[in-house]
Design a binder for this molecule. Structure first.
Ligand code: ADP
Length: 398
């Protein structure tokens, strides 16, 4: 494979496809593309490449047509010929995939089978893979799983205390997600701190939020579970609730179980508590102008996050650093400060000026002491997927 091999990274959702091109050896994205509102009259493609912006309407385009349109644009930009591979983000890899794999008939079938565990995500990933393979049949396609990084969890961390047969027979256990992000920031923390034997809690705070305990580069516990609904409070997801509430939610809202799942996935979290927005930036602004429930939503978010971080330390022999990443983790000094203030018992002392600067002048460090410390590290899931794709292919070439 060429030294400057380029990978097209594809993240296919139910109504959108994100794509980017990365080149080995650089961390730069050569191209970024987003196809939104797939299947809709308003479907469209926006693409940026070296300062150039391209917009194209794709009325009623399905995944197939969207992928064909993307490939046409890549051809026009002369970007097709230099591609070495396509790396697909796949949400659920179950217990079957603890590392990325080259996609073949069997892998495709397993991804579809796993839709049972991830009905909101895997079917859309599978449709994206099929469409991309048809549009780019001459390239190798690799699946990189969001769950794979957490396959190193010990049984004590991944088993639910429900009848064991349900795990053995149906795979009902905790899997964890956001693996590419937790892995990327763990590697970057090891690089910045110059040590591979770190004990970290990595905290990814985007629209979805999860944290992981990472020891010597291996995930040993995480807050998300069988599905991405478990754990921390998120934009529209509730995170942990008492399962005893489920029958009451059905009874009180008059909804069936599917309706209640919608309530927990789409109408809860920051949006549910604030009644205003799922967007943290908007809530911080609203709180500053006296919105009481925005304040309440932020308080619940930070309290539950601090509790989640503290819980994860039970999986570590010591704590070297907490890593903040994702849209909120990278950009909000307030959320970082309010979370760390609840973790004083761990001996973390905020360096307020460094925190306000997002840690930019301190290699990401936002605490006064060197250990335990807290760092801000921007995530790069696409880069992780591109690297895994190339590694997987060079392994299979040997
Ligand atoms: P996704 O999970 O969809 O990739 P992001 O990682 O981009 O999402 O995170 C989105 C979240 O980051 C939103 O809640 C947004 O308000 C928040 N965010 C982005 N910038 C800021 C900021 N400057 N301050 C606070 N929150 C921010």
């Amino acid at each position: 494979m060429r030294a400057n091999a380029r990978v097209l990274v594809v993240n296919s959702g139910s109504s959108s496809v994100k794509a980017s091109i990365l080149e080995r050896g650089t961390e730069r994205e050569l191209l970024e593309a987003l196809i939104e509102r797939i299947g809709d009259e308003e479907a469209h493609l926006s693409l940026s490449h070296e300062g150039q912006k391209i917009e194209r309407a794709l009325p009623r385009a399905d995944h197939e047509a969207a992928m064909q349109a993307l490939v046409e644009e890549l051809r026009k930009l002369d970007l097709l010929e230099d591609l070495s591979a396509v790396g697909h983000r796949v949400v659920h890899g179950g217990e079957r995939f603890s590392s990325p794999v080259r996609i073949d008939e069997e892998v495709r079938a397993v991804i579809r089978e796993l839709a049972r565990l991830a009905p909101l995500h895997n079917p859309a990933n599978a449709i994206g893979i099929d469409a991309a393979e048809r549009a780019l049949p001459e390239l190798p396609h690799v699946a990189v799983f969001d769950t794979a990084f957490h396959q190193s969890l010990p049984r004590s961390a991944y088993l639910y205390a429900i009848p064991f047969e349900l795990y053995e027979t149906h795979g009902l256990r905790r899997y964890g997600f956001h693996g590419c992000s937790h892995e990327f920031v763990s590697l970057e923390a090891a690089r910045r701190l110059g040590r591979a034997d770190l004990n970290l809690v990595t905290v990814h705070l985007g629209n979805g939020c999860s944290a992981a305990a990472v020891s010597g580069g291996r995930s040993v516990d995480t807050t998300m579970g069988l599905t991405p609904l478990e754990g921390l409070v998120m934009g529209t997801r509730s995170g942990d609730i008492d399962p005893g509430m489920l029958p009451l939610l059905c009874e009180l809202t008059g909804r069936d179980l599917e309706g209640v799942m919608r309530l927990l996935n789409r109408e809860s979290g920051l949006l549910g508590v604030s009644g205003l927005s799922n967007d943290m930036r908007e809530l911080l602004e609203a709180r500053a102008s006296g919105h009481e429930r925005a304040k309440l939503a932020i308080d619940v978010f930070c309290h539950r996050l601090a509790r989640g971080i503290m819980g994860l330390t039970a999986a570590l022999p010591r704590l070297d650093a907490i890593i903040f990443t994702g849209g909120i983790g990278e950009n909000s000094p307030d959320i970082r400060a309010e979370t760390l203030a609840r973790l004083r018992v761990l001996g973390l002392e905020l360096d307020a000026p460094a925190n306000l600067e997002h840690g930019r002048h301190t290699h990401g460090r936002i605490t006064t002491k060197r250990a335990p410390t807290a760092l801000v590290i921007p995530t790069n899931e696409e880069l992780m997927i591109a690297q895994h794709t190339l590694e997987t292919l060079s392994r299979s070439e040997v």
